[in-house]
Design a binder for this molecule. Structure first.
Ligand code: NAD
Length: 264
């Protein structure tokens, strides 16, 4: 991809799944990568090992921080900026969900999900943009959102609200900073084979049920998500800002309309 070689990237939640694939893919493209992790040191080390085994000359480093805690995010940025010598690309990938019937859910669980998935993403974007402006250079922010940016997810109100909010965060920041050459976009994964889906990914019957709802008939891979993130961060996407690109095998296409039922 054009324009990624030599760039400095910070990816949050880089110890597994999509974040890990993003770190590895950007390193393959020649970017230096700061890999944030919260508790998964082993996973983060595995990400770094994959990068080192590529035989590329890129720099990689691990930064422990909880993206949902303001002081830790500030420390993470200080470390990333100092160690990489600046930042060009931020990928807000860290995210999780807590399930339960909405009328029974605790407000504190709702807020925990928002704190990481939305407030954390906002704070990271804010610090990245502050740096881009101070250095008077263009920059890129990619928000790893979800199909649940637009599709409601019953039993996961906090997650739905966080990803819906992330969509407007993407558009708002894109509009606010377009004049500075700062591009802000999102990717919206559909069902992706990562630890987040441990409940069904290795259980053939459950997985078949999930995949029966996907027009392309299969889940996505972390590498497919990373490819889209790399495209949006690259100079190939130099005129794209404020968009969420859904990578979902057609899940956002109202799959039930694949057969005529409404007018016949
Ligand atoms: P995952 O569980 O493998 O990865 C999530 C990562 O975020 C983990 O490494 C976790 O440790 C990290 N994380 C969570 N809270 C954190 C915090 N407070 N601070 C720092 N790190 C934190 O799952 P994944 O599927 O790779 O998820 C990555 C992103 O993709 C998430 O934002 C998720 O919402 C989104 N997504 C995933 C799917 C899917 O089907 N897997 C679908 C749509 C969107």
């Amino acid at each position: 991809m054009l324009g990624l070689r030599g760039k400095n990237l910070l990816v949050t939640g880089g110890s597994s799944g999509i974040g890990q694939a993003i770190a590895v893919r950007f390193a393959e493209e020649g970017a230096n990568v700061a890999i944030n992790y919260r508790r998964g040191l082993k996973g983060a080390q595995a990400t770094q090992q994959q990068i080192e085994s590529q035989d590329s000359k890129v720099k990689s480093l691990l930064i422990q921080a909880d993206v949902g805690v303001e002081e830790e995010v500030i420390r993470m940025f200080d470390t990333a900026l100092a160690e990489l010598g600046g930042l060009d690309i931020l990928i807000n990938n860290a995210g999780f969900l807590i399930g339960g019937e909405s009328h029974e859910a605790s407000v504190s669980d709702f807020m925990k999900v928002i704190a990481t998935n939305l407030t954390g993403a906002f704070q990271c974007a804010q610090l990245a943009i502050k740096h881009f402006l101070a250095e008077q250079k263009p920059g890129v922010v990619i928000n790893v959102s979800s199909v649940h940016e637009v599709i409601p997810k019953p039993l996961y109100a906090g997650y739905s609200a966080s990803k819906g909010g992330m969509g407007n965060l993407t558009r708002t920041l894109a509009l606010e900073y377009a004049k500075h050459g700062i591009r802000v976009n999102g990717i919206g994964p559909g069902a992706t084979i990562t630890p987040m889906n441990d409940a069904w990914k290795d259980a053939p019957e459950k997985r078949a049920i999930v995949e029966s709802h996907i027009p392309m008939g299969r889940s996505g891979t972390s590498e497919e998500m990373a490819a889209a993130a790399a495209f949006l961060a690259s100079d190939e996407a130099s005129y794209i800002t404020g968009q969420t690109l859904y990578i979902d095998g057609g899940l956002t296409l109202y799959p039930e309309f694949a057969v005529a039922w409404s007018t016949d």
